[in-house]
Design a protein around this ligand. Structure first.
Ligand SMILES: NC(=O)c1ccc[n+]([C@@H]2O[C@H](COP(=O)([O-])OP(=O)(O)OC[C@H]3O[C@@H](n4cnc5c(N)ncnc54)[C@H](O)[C@@H]3O)[C@@H](O)[C@H]2O)c1
Ligand SMILES: O=C(O)C[C@H](O)C(=O)O
Length: 330
């Protein structure tokens, strides 16, 4: 019996993500948690004739604990989204506390769950989650993931457009680093099967992958950021984690992980000087089976992107760690 939780289930991402999880054959029980509207979302989804049993919880009566109790996987898209003119870091002050609170509950009632963090700024919120789990003595780095799949999905789509392909879904494109602007690093030299990006299109393509989120924020004009494409991406990653947990082999997807705690991570931590980095992750029954070093054999242009990424990520990570240890007093 697999129990999946969506925390932030009534939101723009939460609702379509919950719909996709309700349709998945890998989920038996779907538990929806939010500070508003989960009874309605759960009632609505429960009429769909797929197998997962759906329940909705609100904070009252310790609803967070009831929602997450003994969960196998907890996906977290709780928190505020950007409006035009904002960076993801501008969300820190509100979302840091939300993620910290949710991870505290997860640590207590579902310490063995896979934890998938979508809430921005991912570069910092994953570090917050790790520090909370460490403090509670239940940190398993193989089970904590910052979800960066949307960057890969975007790269697939934009590369396919340039290459004149119908779809990018058959391409494997490592997008590494972090999840914001310059910290997002697409490695087009490593696309498999190989695609040649014309020189005159390279810079614009990199920029579009790095700032794809801004494209959506601008188009939504104050009504939020990517929700539907994120639900697709979050579901794609979550289902891979669940498939690997069931024993399926060969499942690889980049994710933002704690390098010192995962097999293969030390080498990348040394090369970058960072504890957190999104790298291709091979998934297994216990989460991260191993990570592979994406930095070997990259081009000069890609190295320049990696250097800029490392600079930006350092501060984001430190900010998350500091918050977890010294949250502002209310
Ligand atoms: N990782 C990514 O690639 C990626 C992509 C898109 C959006 N995001 C981020 O995901 C987050 C959510 O985006 P959205 O568009 O769904 O926002 P939204 O405002 O539509 O939904 C967020 C939901 O979180 C709920 N919430 C707030 N505090 C909560 C708490 N303490 N416990 C449980 N639920 C709580 C809200 O009630 C709301 O329903 C944002 O931070 C956004 O920046 C990340
Ligand atoms: O751009 C945002 O703020 C949301 C998300 O991180 C995205 O990449 O779409």
């Amino acid at each position: 019996m697999v129990k999946a939780v969506v925390a932030g289930a009534s939101g723009g991402i939460g609702q379509p993500l919950s719909l996709l999880l309700k349709l998945s054959p890998y989920v038996d029980e779907l538990s929806l948690y939010d500070v508003v509207n989960t009874p309605g979302v759960a009632a609505d989804l429960s009429h769909i004739s797929s197998t997962a049993k759906v329940t909705g919880y609100l904070p009252k009566d310790d609803g967070g604990k009831a929602a997450m109790k003994d969960a196998d996987i907890i996906v977290i898209p709780a928190g505020i989204p950007r409006k035009p003119g904002m960076t993801r870091d501008d969300l820190f002050n509100i979302n840091a506390g939300i993620v910290k609170g949710l991870i505290e509950i997860a640590a207590e009632v579902a310490p063995k769950a896979f934890l998938l963090i979508i809430s921005n700024p991912v570069n910092s919120t994953v570090a917050i989650a790790a520090e909370v789990l460490k403090a509670k003595g239940v940190f398993n780095p193989q089970k904590l993931f910052g979800v960066t799949t949307l960057d890969i999905v975007r790269a697939e789509t934009f590369v396919a457009e340039i290459a004149g392909k119908k779809t990018g879904s058959e391409l494997t494109i490592p997008v590494i680093g972090g999840h914001s602007g310059e910290t997002i690093v697409p490695l087009f030299s490593k696309i498999s099967p190989s695609v040649t990006i014309p020189d005159d299109k390279y810079d614009a393509l990199v920029n579009r992958v790095q700032f794809g989120g801004d494209e959506v924020v601008k188009a939504k004009d104050g009504a939020g950021s990517a929700t539907l494409s994120m639900a697709f991406a979050g579901f794609r990653f979550a289902e891979k984690v669940l498939k690997a947990a069931k024993g399926e082999k060969g499942l690889v997807e980049p994710s933002y992980v704690y390098l010192p705690g995962v097999p293969g991570g030390e080498e990348i931590a040394k090369a970058t000087g960072l504890e957190y980095f999104s790298v291709p992750v091979e998934l297994g029954p216990n989460g991260v089976e191993k990570v592979t070093n994406p930095l070997t054999g990259i081009t000069e242009k890609e190295q320049t992107l990696v250097d800029a990424c490392i600079k930006g990520l350092k501060d984001n990570i430190t900010k998350g760690i500091n918050f977890a240890h010294n949250p502002p007093q209310k």
